[in-house]
Ligand binder design. Structure first.
Ligand code: TXA
Ligand code: MG
Length: 323
């Protein structure tokens, strides 16, 4: 199958209406979208990504009114967060209504929903009367795409169309929040920080322990290996001064590492800005993965604000190489 790239929203819509899947831009990462009410389209998404059916998808809407038809109720805290952060990089886990086929959310009681903040995709969503189910547009376990070229590197010839909406502004996935007996819990750290959620709700919020596997809903946030490049990647803490470093790469925050050749390094934000670093994180991982280094080393961030979300992704990307 030839993969076309373009900015034609109507072309994307006609493919989606006919049950096809299309990569779409969002403010976080590119998504691989299909009609969220069409079981066959959903199956195509799982197949294209090689993703296990046990890992549920997020439904995307253009407005709260449309979204409300697909969930049973909106708890008080969910309403406050929705009004404050949508459109934006927040996903809420809500009780699903029967219209949503079970394949979307692996038969869970709850479904993940969000209103993304990307002009082109909001326009597309406002022209259709069904939600778009969309996981990140990467192969299962690999690095999420923040540019069209990242999508094509993994899904060229596999999907018919990539809607080109430029670079994703946030560059890291949405923050997932669920509610247990009405108390909010963060299920995946992401582009909206814990501090932002807590300040919006005026209370401390629990973070679901990502290391506990096979308990509760199956979120890829809880799978140990994820977001991984093919080149072995390690924390910069692991580098040994005895190693020959000429074929090592380094992804740093704002400061070069003196052990690795400067030309092998990618700084995420020379000005030390966490928002810029998060926008660049996956791009840096994709870019360095293509350089054929023997090993890639990566920095870690102070465990606060976006640094905490980036540390989460980095930890999962390097876990694969530290077994
Ligand atoms: O920023 C984002 O959220 C992007 C863009 C495209 O919207 N999407 C995204 O989707 O990151 P995906 O499928 O790559 O990650 C969604 C996460 C997975 O870890 C999934 O397991 C979790 O959400 N999830 C979805 N539905 C869930 C549910 N009902 N209960 C628990 N976790 C759920
Ligand atoms: Mg993903």
């Amino acid at each position: 199958m030839n993969t076309k790239t373009g900015t034609n929203i109507d072309e994307a819509i006609s493919l989606l209406r006919s049950g096809e899947i299309v990569a779409i831009p969002t403010e976080t990462v590119y998504g691989l979208a299909g009609n969220g009410t069409d079981e066959k389209a959903i199956q195509k998404i799982f197949k294209a990504k090689k993703r296990p059916l046990s890992n549920p998808l997020i439904l995307h809407f253009s407005n709260l009114e449309h979204l409300s038809k697909y969930v049973k109720n909106l708890p008080k805290h969910a309403k406050i967060l929705a009004e404050h952060f949508w459109p934006g990089p927040l996903t809420l886990l809500l009780d699903k209504s029967e219209i949503i086929p079970d394949v979307v959310n692996a038969g869970n009681r709850r479904v993940a929903v969000r209103i993304p903040n990307h002009e082109m995709t909001l326009k597309l969503l406002s022209k259709i009367d069904f939600p778009l189910a969309a996981p990140s547009a990467n192969l299962y376990g690999r690095i999420s795409p923040t540019k069209v070229e990242h999508v094509l590197n993994q899904l060229d010839q596999i999907i018919p169309y990539v809607l080109n909406g430029g670079e994703c502004n946030n560059g890291i996935e949405s923050t997932i929040v669920g509610f247990d007996e009405n108390s909010p819990i963060i299920y995946r750290l992401g582009a909206i920080t814990v501090e932002q959620i807590e300040s919006c709700l005026g209370q401390k919020v629990k973070i679901h322990n990502h290391n506990i596997q096979n308990s509760g809903p199956d979120a890829s946030g809880m799978v140990k290996f994820h977001y991984a490049p093919r080149t072995p990647m390690y924390s910069i803490e692991e580098i040994s001064t005895k190693e020959e470093t000429s074929n090592f790469g380094y992804i740093g925050f704002d400061t070069l590492n003196h052990l690795i050749p400067a030309e092998n390094q990618f700084l995420l934000s020379e000005e030390g800005d966490l928002r810029i670093a998060s926008k660049n994180l996956y791009h840096a991982m994709h870019h360095m993965d293509q350089k054929h280094f023997e090993k890639i080393f990566i920095c870690d961030f102070p465990n606060e604000e976006l640094g905490r979300s980036m540390n989460d992704r980095i930890k999962k990307a390097i876990a694969k190489f530290n077994v």
